[in-house]
Design a protein around this ligand. Structure first.
Ligand code: KIV
Length: 272
């Protein structure tokens, strides 16, 4: 059992700020279903993100854009049923909060009511400030997401590192400060230079959780299917693979097929 697991019986948005103040790093992983959420929660991971990366990982879409609010509710409610301790944050999917703040609030209320998640995550800075404010006034905790924001992939054109140039770095810093002022409880910073990410983390009181943002931030997030090696086509520099499940599962499936075809499975003990 991890120290964090013993110290915090249930992780809340306040716990994360406390962790930052105590210099304790925050661990965050994705989950999209009950079984995975149960394992991740039991391992003592602080935050479970029901990411819209479900669009890629679960549904096989090229981008995160196609996933719907109802599909995110399905994934998030499955995750919530599997957890005892972790804070569950769910992504508001593309098109459900950018239009106007009223529809953003409706989306956030629907996903919170129907999934049981504890907070929502939204991609963007100043341009979605009004939506963030309106969601927060309903008492819904909001996590921000800056840097590489995959819902805007067609604007960026590529998944390369963001904010390498001065102008974009300046906007990112301004946006991060704005998100804190508006009342976000934490921010995900994706694929930005480590120096910039650590500057942002040091200048804010809310936790900064990085993915491809170096070690100078307050916590780390990875897509679980990537870190356990279930996916294998995708190998960005920031990804540490802890398992090679793609190959281990392939071997198991091949062995099973062979056992079925040879009549080895089931044996005498495996039947009634
Ligand atoms: O959708 C997702 O999985 C994410 C993480 C990559 C931060 O937003």
């Amino acid at each position: 059992m991890s120290t964090a697991k013993k110290r915090y019986k249930r992780v809340t948005t306040q716990t994360l700020v406390e962790m930052k103040n105590n210099g304790e790093k925050i661990s965050m992983l994705t989950a999209y279903d009950y079984t995975m959420a149960k394992i991740v929660d039991n391992a003592g991971i602080d935050v479970i993100l029901v990411g819209d990366s479900a669009s890629n990982v679960m549904a096989g879409h090229e981008t995160t854009l196609p996933i719907t609010l109802d599909q995110m509710i399905y994934h998030a409610s499955s995750v919530v049923r599997g957890i005892e301790r972790s804070l569950v944050v769910v992504d508001l999917p593309f098109g459900t909060y950018q239009g106007n703040s009223r529809s953003a609030l409706d989306s956030a209320i629907k996903i919170m009511k129907e999934s049981g998640a504890h907070a929502v995550k939204l991609e963007g800075g100043k341009e979605i400030g009004e939506s963030i404010t309106r969601i927060l006034t309903a008492g819904i905790p909001v996590m921000g997401h800056l840097g590489l924001t995959p819902q805007s992939i067609y604007k960026f054109g590529t998944y390369t590192v963001r904010a390498k140039e001065e102008e974009e770095a300046k906007k990112l810093k301004e946006d991060a400060h704005l998100l804190q002022e508006l009342g976000c409880f934490a921010i995900v910073l994706e694929k930005v230079p480590a120096k910039l990410a650590s500057e942002v983390a040091n200048s804010l009181s809310i936790p900064i959780i990085g993915i491809g943002a170096g070690g100078g931030v307050d916590g780390q997030v990875l897509v679980t299917h990537d870190m356990v090696g279930m996916t294998h086509e995708f190998s960005p520099r920031f990804l540490r693979r802890y398992l090679d499940l793609y190959h281990e599962m392939t071997d198991a499936f091949m062995q099973y097929s062979q056992d079925v075809k040879s009549g080895d499975f089931p044996n005498q003990k495996e039947q009634y």
